[in-house]
Design a protein. Structure first.
Length: 455
C-alpha cells in the first residue's frame, strides 16, 4: 500500500494573487525561495535572469508570471503583498534590498523562451523556470524550479516542497478514497472529521488550523463581496466584461426561476471570484486560482441559506480538501499537466462532496458525489484564449457550480450504485491527461484558444 496522504489542509487553500496559482502564485513563491537561497549563500548578484519554459513560457504573459517573478525576487508574500504595487512591477526596473546591498530587478530579464529554443521533452515539469544570478558577467548561482499547480512548488527533480518537512504519521492514516471513507464510517463521522483530526494532531499550537480556516473563509467571502460590486471590462485586451453584479442583481430582483435560484446565486458568486482572479485580485486556491470560484460559490451560498455555523463550515472545507488531496496525490490539479479536468474537474468534485455532506449525505454518498463530478469532467481541456484566465475559464467555473449541485443531488436522491469508484476515476483522469496532446494543456495553442480569429 502507498504511503498515507499527509498533504496539509492549509496548503490546499492558499490565499494569494490572481490570475493563476500555477503561473502566478507558484512562480512568486519559487522566486522568493531562490532569493532566500542566494541570501543564505551570501551572494549579491548584479543581475538576475529568469528563463520560462513550457506552459509558463506559452501563457505566462497573460497570467502575469513576469510580475509574479519580480514580486518573489523582492521577497514579497502572495498572501500579504500590496496588490496595487504588484500591478506596477512591469512598468520600470525596481530595486530591492538584498543582504548588505541591493539588487535592481529588470522586467527585461524575465525571458519567455520559444518552444524551439529548448528540448521540451527534457522538462522536469510543464511549468518550469530557471533562475540565474549573475555577477560581472559570470554565473554565481543557478537553480531550476517547477510550479506544480495550486501554488505548490518544488526544485527540479524533487516531488515535494523542500521547505515543508514530512509530517509525522497521521492520527488517522488514509491512502485513497476507499480508506478515508472506511475510517469516516468506522468513527461515525465525515471525511472532514478525519482531515481535521489529523491536522489538529499536527498543530504547533492549539487552534492554529481553525484560525487558518477562518482566514480562508473570510478571504472567500471578501472576494465575493468585492467581485459582486464591480463592473466594467477585465484587463488583458480580450474585452470580457464583468457579469457577477448583474447576475446577482437578477437573483435579488426575482428575475430567476425559483427552482434555479440557489444555483443562480452560487454561480453569481463563482463569477465574482473568477472575475477578481482575472483582474489580479486576492483569491483562495480551491484547489487552483483558475478553478477558485466553484467551492466558495457553492459553499458560501449554502452557508448563507442554511445558516451554517463555524464548525459546519470548517468541516465542509475539510471534506472538500480531502478530495483535492486525493486528486493531487494520485493524479494532478495542474492544467498544464492534465488539462482543466484537473482544475475545474477537481473543484467541482470538492464542491459536490462538501454540498452532499451539508445536505445530509454520509461518507459513501459524499464519495459518490465527488466521483460523479469528476467522471463528467474527464477530458476537459485547458485552452485559455490569449493566455488569459477569462474565456472560457470564468463561465467554466459557473458551469462547475451547476455540475456540483447535480452531482450532490444525484448521489443523495438515487439508489447508491457506484459502477466506478472515485479512486478509479482519479486514475482515469491521470491517464487521460497523459494521453492529452500538449496543445490542450494550458499552452493556448489548441481548442478555444485558437478559435478567436474565426469568431
Amino acid at each position: 500500500m502507498s504511503d498515507p496522504i499527509t498533504l496539509r489542509l492549509l496548503d490546499i487553500y492558499r490565499i494569494g494573487l490572481g490570475p493563476s496559482s500555477s503561473h502566478t502564485v507558484g512562480p512568486l513563491r519559487a522566486a522568493a525561495a531562490f532569493r532566500e537561497g542566494c541570501l543564505e549563500r551570501g551572494l549579491l548578484p548584479d543581475r538576475i535572469e529568469v528563463r520560462l519554459l513550457g506552459s509558463l513560457s506559452a501563457t505566462g504573459r497573460g497570467h502575469g508570471t513576469d510580475k509574479a517573478l519580480l514580486a518573489g525576487l523582492h521577497g514579497w508574500d502572495p498572501q500579504t503583498c500590496d496588490v496595487d504595487r504588484f500591478q506596477t512591477l512591469m512598468d520600470a526596473p525596481s530595486t530591492t534590498p538584498w543582504g548588505n546591498g541591493s539588487v535592481t530587478l529588470s522586467p527585461d530579464d524575465v525571458r519567455f523562451l520559444r518552444y524551439a529554443e529548448y528540448k521540451h521533452e527534457d522538462l522536469p515539469h510543464p511549468n518550469t523556470m530557471t533562475f540565474v544570478a549573475h555577477k560581472d558577467g559570470a554565473t554565481l548561482f543557478e537553480e531550476t524550479w517547477c510550479s506544480l499547480g495550486g501554488g505548490f512548488i518544488a526544485r527540479a527533480g524533487e516531488e515535494v516542497e523542500p521547505e515543508r518537512p514530512a509530517a509525522t504519521p497521521p492520527l488517522h492514516p488514509w491512502h485513497d478514497a476507499r480508506t478515508i471513507v472506511e475510517r469516516a464510517r468506522a468513527m461515525n463521522g465525515t471525511l472532514g472529521d478525519i482531515v481535521l483530526a489529523n491536522e489538529r494532531a499536527w498543530e504547533e499550537r492549539p487552534g492554529e488550523v481553525a484560525e487558518g480556516l477562518d482566514r480562508v473563509w473570510s478571504a472567500m467571502r471578501a472576494c465575493i463581496e468585492r467581485g459582486t460590486n464591480q463592473r466594467g471590462i477585465l484587463p488583458g485586451g480580450l474585452g470580457v466584461g464583468r457579469r457577477a453584479a448583474e447576475l446577482l442583481e437578477r437573483v435579488r430582483n426575482g428575475k430567476v426561476d425559483e427552482s434555479y435560484v440557489h444555483i443562480a446565486r452560487a454561480q453569481a458568486y463563482a463569477f465574482a471570484v473568477n472575475e477578481e482572479n482575472a483582474a489580479g485580485g486576492r483569491v483562495v486556491t480551491a484547489p487552483t486560482n483558475g478553478a477558485a470560484g466553484i467551492v466558495p460559490g457553492v459553499l458560501v451560498e449554502a452557508a448563507e441559506r442554511l445558516q451554517l455555523d463555524r464548525d459546519a463550515i470548517h468541516n465542509a472545507l475539510a471534506t472538500a480538501a480531502a478530495i483535492a488531496k486525493l486528486v493531487k496525490t494520485h493524479s494532478s490539479i495542474s492544467g498544464a499537466e492534465v488539462g482543466c479536468q484537473g482544475e475545474v474537474g477537481t473543484a467541482t468534485a470538492m464542491a459536490a462532496a462538501a454540498l452532499c455532506q451539508i445536505l445530509g449525505g454520509g461518507p459513501r454518498r459524499v464519495e459518490t458525489a465527488a466521483e460523479i463530478a469528476i467522471e463528467h469532467n474527464l477530458g476537459l481541456t485547458c485552452d485559455p484564449m490569449h493566455g488569459l484566465v477569462q474565456a472560457p475559464c470564468i463561465e467554466r467555473n459557473a458551469m462547475g457550480v451547476a455540475k456540483a449541485w447535480s452531482a450532490a443531488q444525484l448521489s443523495l436522491h438515487s439508489t447508491l450504485q457506484q459502477v466506478v469508484s472515485l479512486d478509479r476515476v482519479v486514475k482515469v483522469m491521470k491517464r487521460t491527461g497523459d494521453d492529452m496532446r500538449r496543445e490542450y494543456k494550458e499552452t493556448s495553442e489548441g481548442g478555444l484558444a485558437v478559435s478567436l480569429p474565426e469568431c
